[in-house]
Design a protein around this ligand. Structure first.
Ligand SMILES: [Zn+2]
Length: 466
C-alpha cells in the first residue's frame, strides 16, 4: 500500500546548500517533519502540490522583526507569512506583548523574542548594575524571551552599562543584540558600531541592521563597517534591503519618545517635537504606519496625518534614509574565503512594512549579484545557526517541515509551510497560533499562553567563529 503523507511537494527544484542539493526533488511531510526527500516519492497526501518550475528552499528565517505593541504590532504575523517567512526573531519585545500577539494573531510561524532594556520601563535608570540586569534577564527568560536587546539608537544606556549587558548575557548563555549607540557616542555612524563591537569584549553579540551605520557614508561607509566586523569574529550581523527605516511615532510631553524618531524628523528639516512631527508628516517626509486590511502600509501627507491622529499617535513611522549603495553592497559582499561579510539578510520588518527578503532579495539573484544558493544561505542556513535551531535551515529527513516556495519568474513566494502546516498559498494566509522559540526557563509561560514551545538550549546561540 502506498504511503499517505500530510503534504507532498512534487517536481520543485530543491535548493538546500547545507546538504549540498540543488536539483529536482520530491519532498514528503508528516507530523511537522520532513520524512522523505528523493527524485520521486510514491504515495498520496492531504495536500499535494506540483511545483514544476518553482524553487523549494528551507523556510526563510528573518533574524530581525518587530511584532510587539511597542513596535510593529499584531499585523506583522500575517505580513510575514505573506512574504514567505516561517521563523522570525522579534528584536525588542516587550516580551509579554509579543507572546500575547503571537497567540492571538499568529500565522503559524516559529517566533522568538529578545526583551528590550528601556530606562523607566524594564530598568530603573540609564546605568543599571549587574544585579539589576541579571534580574531583568531572568524575568525576561521566565516570560519566554531568549535574551536582551540594547536599544542604543532609541533609548541609549551608558557605555559602561552597555558593556555590562553583553557580559551578563554572555555569562548566562543568553542571546544579546545591540542597536549600537550609547549616551557618550550617539548613532548613526560607523564609529558608533565600532564602539559597540569593542564593548562586546569578545562575548557573542548580534549587531542588527548594519545599514544604519553605513547610511551617511555611502559605499565607503559600507567598507568601514565590513572592516570593523572582520576584526570582531565574535559579532554576528545582518543588513536589510529596504530604502526606509522604522521607528516609533509616539510622542509624550510634546516630543517623540524615541531618539531615532527625533533624528529622522531633524533630517527632514523639521523641529524634533510633536508640532515638527505633524508638519513633517503633512509635508510628505515622515511616513506613518497605517493599517489597511489587516496589514500595515506607509501613508504620508494628509492621509498619513489622519492615520497618526486616528491611532492617537500609538503607531510607527518610517523615514526614507537608506541610500542604495550600502544596501546592495552589504547584501552581496564576500570575504576572500568566499563567506559573506554580513552574515544574514534580514528586514527589520514584521509589522513594519518591509518584509522584503524575497521581494528585494530575489532581484539580486536575477542580477547574478547572489546565486540562489547564496540567497538561501543568507536567509535560512546562517540564520538557523545564529538562533541555534538545529532542525531548521535545511531539508534533510528529520528536519522541521519549514519550507518556502519561490516563483523565480514573478520573484514572489507562492507557498509557505511552517511546522508542517501550510501557512500561506498564493498570498492567502491561514491563521493559527505561533510556535514560540524559548528556553526551559520560559517553557511554562509559553504553554500557559496556549502555544507550543520550541526549546533551544541557552548557550547554543551565536556560536563563536573564532
Ligand atoms: Zn529593529
Amino acid at each position: 500500500m502506498a504511503a499517505k503523507f500530510d503534504i507532498l511537494l512534487r517536481n520543485g527544484k530543491l535548493v538546500d546548500p547545507r546538504n549540498e542539493i540543488e536539483a529536482r526533488r520530491d519532498i514528503a511531510i508528516q507530523n511537522g517533519r520532513i520524512v522523505a526527500v528523493g527524485p520521486t516519492i510514491d504515495g498520496s497526501a492531504e495536500l499535494d502540490f506540483d511545483l514544476e518550475g518553482k524553487v523549494v528552499m528551507p523556510g526563510i528565517i528573518d533574524t530581525h522583526v518587530h511584532i510587539s505593541r511597542w513596535l510593529g504590532g499584531r499585523e506583522g504575523h500575517k505580513m510575514m507569512a505573506m512574504a514567505g517567512v516561517t521563523t522570525a526573531l522579534d528584536m525588542a519585545g516587550p516580551i509579554e506583548g509579543v507572546v500575547e500577539l503571537a497567540r492571538s494573531h499568529g500565522a503559524g510561524l516559529s517566533i522568538g523574542c529578545i526583551n528590550y532594556i528601556r530606562p523607566g520601563h524594564t530598568v530603573g535608570s540609564v546605568n543599571p548594575g549587574s544585579d539589576e540586569l541579571t534580574d531583568l534577564l531572568v524575568r525576561s527568560q521566565r516570560a519566554g524571551a531568549i535574551g536582551l536587546k540594547i536599544l542604543g539608537g532609541h533609548f541609549p544606556l551608558s557605555k559602561e552599562c552597555s558593556a555590562r549587558v553583553i557580559r551578563v548575557c554572555g555569562e548566562h548563555g543568553a542571546y544579546v543584540a545591540f542597536h549600537a549607540g550609547t549616551l557618550e557616542t550617539p548613532p548613526p555612524k560607523p564609529a558608533t558600531m565600532a564602539e559597540a563591537c569593542e564593548l562586546a569584549a569578545g562575548h557573542p553579540l548580534h549587531m542588527p541592521h548594519i545599514n544604519t551605520y553605513a547610511r551617511d557614508a555611502g559605499v565607503m561607509g559600507g567598507e568601514e563597517v565590513i572592516a570593523t566586523l572582520a576584526a570582531h569574529p565574535n559579532v554576528w550581523s545582518e543588513s536589510y534591503l529596504a530604502p526606509f527605516n522604522g521607528t516609533s511615532a509616539v510622542c509624550s510631553n510634546g516630543v517623540p519618545e524615541s531618539d531615532a524618531t527625533k533624528r529622522g524628523v531633524v533630517l527632514g528639516g523639521f523641529t524634533p517635537n510633536q508640532q515638527g512631527m505633524a508638519e513633517s508628516i503633512l509635508a510628505g517626509w515622515t511616513h506613518v504606519h497605517k493599517i489597511v486590511d489587516g496589514t500595515v502600509v506607509l501613508a504620508t501627507g494628509r492621509e498619513g496625518y489622519d492615520a497618526w491622529m486616528e491611532a492617537d499617535m500609538q503607531t510607527g513611522c518610517s523615514f526614507m534614509v537608506n541610500p542604495p549603495e550600502p544596501r546592495i553592497h552589504l547584501a552581496t559582499a564576500k570575504k576572500s574565503n568566499g563567506t559573506f561579510c554580513i552574515d544574514a539578510l534580514a528586514t527589520d520588518g514584521g509589522g513594519i512594512p518591509r518584509n522584503d527578503i524575497v521581494e528585494r532579495g530575489l532581484p539580486l539573484v536575477r542580477m547574478t549579484a547572489l546565486s540562489i544558493a547564496d540567497f538561501v544561505t543568507k536567509t535560512s542556513v546562517t540564520p538557523a545557526k545564529m538562533l541555534g535551531l538545529q532542525n531548521k535551515g535545511h531539508l534533510a529527513v528529520g528536519a522541521d517541515a519549514d519550507i518556502t516556495v519561490l516563483d523565480m519568474e514573478r520573484l514572489v513566494p507562492v507557498l509557505a509551510i511552517a511546522n508542517g502546516h501550510r501557512i500561506m498559498e498564493n498570498g492567502v494566509v491561514f491563521p493559527r497560533p505561533s510556535r514560540f522559540i524559548t528556553t526551559s526557563m520560559g517553557k511554562d509561560a509559553i504553554e500557559a499562553a496556549g502555544m507550543e514551545p520550541l526549546l533551544v538550549e541557552p548557550g547554543t546561540w551565536l556560536p563563536s567563529r573564532v
